[in-house]
Design a protein around this ligand. Structure first.
Ligand SMILES: Cc1cc2nc3c(=O)[nH]c(=O)nc-3n(C[C@H](O)[C@H](O)[C@H](O)COP(=O)(O)O)c2cc1C
Length: 394
């Protein structure tokens, strides 16, 4: 395994990633959408939350494990689905899944990932969740669900927060659209980052070619430099609760709905038979006027928390952020970019390092709160104050 990167926190991992990656790739992962208000507000929302401390409590025996969906996890975090890991590090999804398994936490494989679900299940294992986008050709999506079932994935995460393609203007400027456009500027960026060029891109080329979206159906799996041919695997702006109910009928495992931001939608998810809702605004990447998930979390927990599992993601960068989410009633927190920065900086070792940083920070935070386990965290420990500035750190 590669040596762990020299980073004391997630912000430093991000800086390493910024230096390693061509600018168009770094920005694709790092940035938000349109004016990036949602991205900044996601972070600002955490800065408004403070935690009440408790002194003179014996907190020497701390345990961060938690039970989610009938299974005990060593930490109250999971890896969010991101289609980019395989671009950041050679076979990045395998490395990320291995890091998750080593940490005793779930790994979610994205529909658009560059490693197939069968390979992840065969070569890594652990607690595996599969993220699904419902395509315009529903039958193709259902085939994917069948494959996930056969490969032994425990849960299906259906992402519904992007009925239409999002408006990430910097990707257009950078030429980083699918299919990839070769411009003088983005080619120069590749040459300026020889470590990524040789360590990621050229390794794929030596292996037989540029990576493909390995879970796409046959005939749709072209390399990332070629267009997604047909409209069969495009985003589907007519997906409805009825489609979700069909998925529920055919999926025997746990079903989670990702991208819920209101109590009403959380109620509907329950009615449709979901086992969990994931409160998420896609890390500020999809809809720039969306609420910060951490802000709406309490009202969603109040509405459905006693009857279902509530998971949250978006902008968790410190262990203290995660503790805030758990204290506000989430059963688990997913992280996206923090572990992507980890694999960029050092493959599996880098992802383990990112998880280790968050673990140490969570452990430190609960000890300040006078707690020894995550079950003891409660909403009264969190207070909201006004902070007049937007944060400088993302
Ligand atoms: C580069 C990148 C790719 C992503 N791809 C997907 C995806 O394919 N499916 C999905 O449901 N969410 C996707 N997400 C959203 C994440 O699952 C998650 O909601 C988000 O990253 C959480 O915010 P954080 O990155 O601030 O932790 C992606 C996020 C990033 C950063």
């Amino acid at each position: 395994m590669t040596r762990p990167p020299d980073a004391l926190n997630i912000h430093e991992l991000r800086e390493i990633a910024r230096r390693r990656l061509p600018r168009w790739l770094f920005e694709f992962v790092d940035r938000g959408t349109e004016d990036e208000v949602a991205l900044r507000n996601n972070r600002a929302a955490f800065e408004r939350l403070k935690l009440d401390t408790q002194v003179l409590v014996d907190v020497s025996a701390r345990d961060l494990s938690t039970e989610v969906l009938g299974q005990r996890h060593r930490l109250p975090i999971g890896i969010a689905p991101t289609g980019a890991a395989g671009l950041l590090w050679y076979k990045g999804e395998l490395e990320l899944a291995r890091a998750a398994k080593a940490a005793g936490i779930p790994f979610t494989l994205a529909t658009g990932s560059l490693t197939s679900m069968e390979e992840i299940a065969r070569d890594v294992g652990g607690t595996l969740w599969f993220q699904l986008y419902i395509w315009s050709d529903l039958a193709l999506s259902l085939k994917l669900v069948e494959r996930a079932k056969n490969a032994g994935f425990e849960a299906l995460v259906v992402t519904v927060d992007g009925p239409v393609p999002t408006n990430r203007e910097y990707n257009v400027r950078n030429g980083f659209e699918l299919p990839f456009r070769y411009t003088r500027r983005n080619t120069a960026q590749v040459l300026l980052h020889p470590r990524w060029f040789a360590g990621v891109l050229m390794r794929y080329v030596r292996d037989g070619g540029l990576p493909t979206r390995a879970n796409y159906p046959e005939g749709e799996t072209e390399s990332i430099t070629r267009p997604t041919t047909t409209s069969r695997v495009r985003k589907n702006d007519s997906v409805s609760w009825e489609d979700l109910k069909r998925l529920r009928e055919m999926w025997p495992g746990k079903l989670m709905l990702k991208g819920v931001l209101t109590a009403t939608d959380a109620e509907r998810a329950l009615e449709a038979g979901c086992d969990a809702v994931i409160v998420s605004n896609h890390g500020g990447r999809n809809f720039d006027s969306s609420m910060a998930p951490i802000t709406v979390l309490p009202e969603i927990v109040d509405a459905v928390g006693s009857r279902t599992t509530v998971i949250v993601d978006s902008a968790f960068r410190r262990g203290s952020d995660i503790v805030k989410g758990l204290a506000l009633g989430a059963d688990m927190v997913l992280v996206g970019r923090p572990t992507l920065w980890g694999i960029t900086a050092g493959g599996e070792a880098g992802a383990r390092h990112a998880i280790g940083i968050l673990e140490a920070e969570m452990s430190r935070t609960i000890s300040y709160l006078g707690c020894t386990s995550v079950d003891q965290l409660a909403r009264h420990m969190v207070r909201t104050v006004d902070t007049p500035h937007l944060p400088s750190r993302m």
